[in-house]
Design a protein around this ligand. Structure first.
Ligand code: PLP
Length: 449
């Protein structure tokens, strides 16, 4: 590393998120310079298959000219305007209408933010505002799951159920409760059937609501398919059970579709795949294929009506972000959704997902592979120290981290979640590219294990 190289400037001055900072200082970064389709290239020209679509997010792939043109057009016409105090602009109005057209039934209004965490913070505030308006001033707690990822702001970070994002930060705050994750392979009791496992998780949720007092529990939030917590596919009937219990105690159901939305599970929204009728739905990432920062909160009309009345009573809905509903971001989202529809990328994700998961299933016989799981075009391979006992490596993540590092040498970017290796490639990936991605993964796995 020369003193003024990008690498050394980065190490000297850039504080990176979700990074072991001392490791970063020792090893330096991989500087990504450009992207094209499913590939990115570093500053030395090395090619990588981006098997994680960035952060589960670049649905249409890198270098899509239509998104660049949409951004440029909007930048020339109106590079910025806000939507506070009865102002509006075309791209955000059109996008709100488009999202409601695509979303599950009953959702009627959209609030835009810059990130998924801000969207979940907004959800918490809207739910509190709603319950205050109804005079239910005690009904404020949120139930989330261990392993959930809902972002890292103070409130959303409290809903997140991953120690790595909470340790050292005095999180979670006390309005958040966590119940077990629906991971049958890891959390089922010996001899327990999937149906019994679902019943047990349902009982845990109901017991939690009763122990807290239903008059204090406002909402249950979950990713239809848990992503950053390890690509956890819920067992059949899980979401039906959760919804049945939530409805019984007047607890709102919130679907965090920040990863699942816009085709990832082979349907437009994960709620569709998993039979969820959410009161509130949160989406981001693939909404713009992450070419621009944008997230959206979609709320049910009954909730909107209460919030609207309350805004009149209090004089204003006193919540919003300077760059929320940004015209360039919303214009890019409209074009991105048009591409997804015109190119049939949702059906494509379903088909390529099946192909990818069939390919990954061939690793199931490997002595260190405990479980291969996934749905649509998202999957994970969990590596274990002992296949028979499912014992984890000591320390957890030891092999995952090695694989993550070594994959770079073979032109592959994957994600290690502990010792689970996640795959979530752009939805434009072809069968040949999946074969090549799995070939590079196999070489890495053989080398590391
Ligand atoms: N919710 C889910 C399900 C996510 O996966 C993420 C990010 O990965 C977030 C929320 C937070 O989004 P952001 O990083 O844009 O704040």
């Amino acid at each position: 590393m020369s003193a003024n190289s990008l690498h050394s400037l980065d190490v000297a001055h850039h504080l990176h998120p979700v990074t072991n900072l001392r490791r970063h200082e020792r090893q330096g970064p991989i500087v990504i310079d450009r992207g094209d389709g499913i590939y990115v290239y570093d500053d030395e020209g090395r090619e990588y298959i981006e098997a994680m679509a960035g952060l589960w997010s670049v649905g249409v792939g890198f270098g899509e000219p239509r998104l660049v043109e949409a951004a440029t057009r909007q930048l020339s016409k109106l590079p910025y305007y806000h939507v506070f105090s009865q102002k509006a602009h075309a791209p955000s109005a059109l996008l709100a209408a488009k999202l409601i057209e695509l979303a599950p039934a009953g959702l009627s209004h959209v609030f835009f933010t810059n990130s998924g965490a801000e969207a979940n913070d907004s959800v918490i505030k809207f739910v509190w505002y709603y319950n205050n308006a109804l005079g239910r001033t005690e009904k404020k707690k949120f139930i989330s799951r261990e392993g959930a990822y809902h972002g890292i702001t103070i409130a959303a970070g409290s809903l997140t159920g991953l120690a790595g994002n909470q340790k050292g930060f005095d999180l979670p705050l006390s309005f958040a409760r966590h119940v077990s994750r629906p991971h049958y392979y890891r959390n089922a009791l010996p001899g327990e059937s999937e149906a019994e496992f679902v019943e047990r998780l349902g009982k845990e949720l109901e017991d939690t609501i009763l122990a807290e007092g239903p008059e204090t529990v406002a909402a249950f939030i979950g990713e239809p398919l848990m992503g950053a917590g390890g690509v956890i596919v819920p067992p059949k009937g899980y979401w039906q059970k959760v919804q049945e219990i939530c409805r019984k105690y007047d607890v709102l159901v919130i679907a965090d579709e920040v990863i699942n939305g816009f085709g990832r599970l082979g349907t437009m929204f994960g709620s569709e795949t998993l039979g969820i009728q959410p009161d509130i739905l949160v989406c981001s990432k693939q909404i713009t294929s992450s070419y621009q920062p944008l997230a959206a909160v979609l709320i049910k009309d009954e909730i909107y009506q209460v919030i609207a009345d309350q805004s009149e009573k209090l004089g204003v809905l006193g919540h919003g972000y300077t760059t929320g509903a940004h015209p360039v971001a919303t214009a890019v989202a409209l074009e991105n959704l048009a591409i997804i529809e015109e190119r049939g990328l949702v059906a494509r994700a379903a088909a390529m997902g099946e192909y990818m998961r069939a390919g990954l299933a061939r690793f199931a016989d490997h002595p260190l592979v405990g479980e291969v799981r996934g749905m649509g075009l998202i999957a994970a391979v969990e590596l274990v120290a002992d296949k028979a006992t499912k014992a984890r490596f000591d320390p957890v993540g030891k092999v995952g981290l090695k694989l993550f590092d070594r994959a770079h040498d073979h032109g592959l970017i994957i994600r290690a979640i502990g010792d689970s290796i996640a795959f979530c490639p752009p939805m434009i990936i072809t069968e040949e590219q999946i074969d090549e991605m799995l070939r590079r993964f196999k070489i890495t796995l053989d080398e590391v294990t």
